[in-house]
Design a protein around this ligand. Sequence first.
Ligand code: 5GP
Ligand code: MG
Length: 179
Amino acid sequence: MNNDVEKVLYTQDQVNQRLDELANTLTEKYQGEFPVLVSVMTGAMIFTSEMMKRLNFKLNVDYVDVSSYEESSESTGKVKLIQDLSHDIKDRPVLIMEDIIDTGHTLKYLVALFANRGEKSIEICSLLDKPDRREVDVEADYVGFKVPNEFIVGYGLDFDGLYRNLPYVGVLKRSVYEK
Ligand code: 5GP
Ligand code: MG
């Protein structure tokens, strides 16, 4: 599995250190706010659970599942809701946890969806950001790392369902997805 990785962008230690910093910022910001943390499955699974352990305030955790990439390395711009929230978010602060913002279509869709339900506030926390690829106007409020325009795997991010369990953030070899 590791042989399919071209290079490591952020090691497990580097990610851990950055998550500590992000969690400190969020812990200050959300004290007494009682937000619903919304994990965007499946990519944000590891990021969400690693962050949750570090967040020192009362929260509920929920998740949505959306499809975008559909087993290829190119985004289609179409977002489909596969699994909705189980919490009522009316008058609640919502904090979306995402693995990576690429074109921005997924988050734009989710922000619009939640805004219809009377949430108190909405913020986005993304492990990774690929700003060069943005097609719609959406930015994260908190970002772990900016990454170059390459295909990223590991720490929850997959190619064709694989590599999510790599404990670091890396770039997949072209030869793997251009096969
Ligand atoms: P967007 O809607 O912003 O274009 O894409 C968001 C989703 O596309 C992310 O949640 C992620 O699942 C997927 N994605 C975008 N870029 C990458 C990437 O470099 N690697 C992987 N594995 N997934 C990506
Ligand atoms: Mg995703």
